[in-house]
Design a protein around this ligand. Structure first.
Ligand code: ARG
Length: 462
């Protein structure tokens, strides 16, 4: 490490201890920001040239130098020394080594404080695009599975107890809807973070006449962060981004939990392809849903990242503090966990079969048609609360006699309510119930067809 590489060392009476070097470095994880650091620097240098702080020739040298550094990083020809501390110092040191004095002018009216804030925002903007694509991929996977199950029945559960009959497609599209909100949330996060901190310097801006709007425009930001103190200390967008990831993790974990249960021998609702299962090192018969369990488990990792980020922000004095360097560990961890989980979730969905025959065969258990019977009585003029009581008593009787509702005779029905007639059988049984759902967004085939038409259009080109 030469003096030019770490100019601040001149201020200190001794070289940093090895422990210090090791403790303060972030290069081992922020090196993935290199691309953004380089485009940020090129934009900054172009502005310095336009404002007359460097010559056009110096700008060209900086731009070409940075481009060659980018190429060398990408082809593995350039490896950084962790003594460079972070990606910003590492790129700058490499530039000075390559082009000399013009490189020493790059950091004019700039600090690592505004630089890192800029780099992370640029990275996150792109990362949200990647997550958007991954969400859309999963949504498409779910939608096409749903399209194959518009009429197939399954029980819906509340309190994990059999509730009402639904079609499988409705169940699957409920996840598409959740992930849509996740995509919107990430888009909102991107809109809010898309402002430029560059040129805020260390905390107070600069006495040099730089043009922050020009760098913002060049980097595709919609505006500048207008207060320099806020510009270097704000990491709200990091907390918000991780929260959005945390909610995606929650949604994935709920789906994973369902499918782990559905794939058990006790349920036997679905079969996940062998390619997405693992076995046991001891029990030869096992087909385990480890992928889904890890998806559920990663929720802990992402929630942990959220708590870490919020805690890093808590009670920090205003302005930049080195605490903020830790932001990237958690932002990257959350993004990486979610990207991987979304990708494999889409693959699992595409390789899962709903065992519709077996599910249908078990639908007479659990009085799934009880609510529809109460609604039948409402049609006959019975107030809902009374109907609810009548059906409750009928269910209790059936349970005692080991029957389903449709196995009662008209006589037996009439003993409880004279309003019940011969036509009652057209309202009983899961198949009849599901066909009769008419309310908007209900879990029947008609509504699923409408939702499918919406999603098939909405997800095109995403
Ligand atoms: N690597 C640092 C970070 O991630 C860069 C900022 C360092 N600034 C400073 N004044 N020491 O936050």
């Amino acid at each position: 490490m030469t003096d030019t590489q770490r100019s601040w060392e001149k201020r200190l009476s001794s070289k940093p201890d090895e422990l210090t070097v090791d403790y303060v470095e972030s290069l081992s994880y922020d090196n993935r920001l290199y691309k953004y650091d380089i485009i940020g620097s090129i934009a900054h240098a172009a502005m310095l040239a336009a404002q007359g702080f460097i010559t056009q020739a110096e700008f060209t040298a900086i731009e070409e130098g940075l481009a060659s550094i980018r190429d060398d990083i990408e082809t593995g020809r350039l490896e950084f020394d962790k003594a460079a501390e972070d990606i910003h110092m590492a790129v700058e040191a490499a530039l000075i080594k390559r082009i000399g004095e013009p490189g020493e002018k790059l950091h004019t009216a700039r600090s690592r404080n505004d630089q890192v804030a800029t780099d992370v925002r640029l990275w996150m903007r792109d990362e949200i695009g990647i997550l958007h694509a991954a969400i859309a991929h999963l949504q498409k996977s779910l939608t096409s599975l749903a399209a194959g199950h518009v009429n197939d029945l399954m029980p819906a559960y509340t309190h994990m107890q059999r509730a009402q009959p639904i079609v499988v497609g409705a169940y699957l599209l409920s996840f598409v809807q959740q992930f849509e909100r996740d995509a919107i949330r990430l888009g909102n996060c991107r809109d809010l973070l898309n402002v430029s901190p560059l040129g805020a310097g260390a905390i107070a801006g600069s006495t040099l006449g730089i043009d922050r709007k020009a760098t913002a425009r060049k980097l595709g930001f919609k505006d500048i962060v207008c207060n320099s103190i806020d510009a270097v200390s704000d990491r709200d967008f990091c907390a918000e981004f991780i929260f959005d990831c945390a909610l995606i993790a929650a949604h994935l974990s709920r789906m994973a939990e369902d499918w782990i249960i559905f794939s058990s021998s006790e349920f036997g609702f679905i079969r996940i392809d062998d390619a997405f299962c693992t076995s046991s090192s001891m029990m030869p018969q096992k087909r385990n849903p480890d992928v889904l369990e890890l998806m559920r488990g990663k929720t802990g990792t992402v929630y942990g990242a959220l708590m870490a980020m919020l805690t890093i922000l808590k009670a920090q004095p205003s302005g930049y503090n080195r605490d903020l360097q830790e932001d990237k560990i958690h932002v990257f961890s959350a993004a990486d966990s979610i990207a991987k989980s979304l990708e494999i979730a889409a693959a699992v969905v595409a390789h899962t079969t709903f065992r519709t025959k077996e599910i249908t065969a078990g639908l007479d258990v659990g009085f799934l048609d009880a609510t529809a019977l109460a609604e039948y009585l409402v049609r006959k003029g019975v107030p809902f609360r009374k109907a609810h009581g009548i059906v409750g008593a009928l269910v209790a009787r059936c349970e005692k006699e080991g029957k389903s509702l449709k196995e009662l005779s008209v006589q037996e029905f009439k003993e409880r309510s004279p309003a019940i007639g011969e036509d009652v059988y057209e309202y009983l049984g899961a198949g009849n119930v599901v066909k009769r759902y008419v309310s908007a967004g209900a879990a029947g085939p008609e509504q699923v067809r409408q939702q499918l038409a919406f999603w098939e259009k909405h997800l095109v080109g995403r």
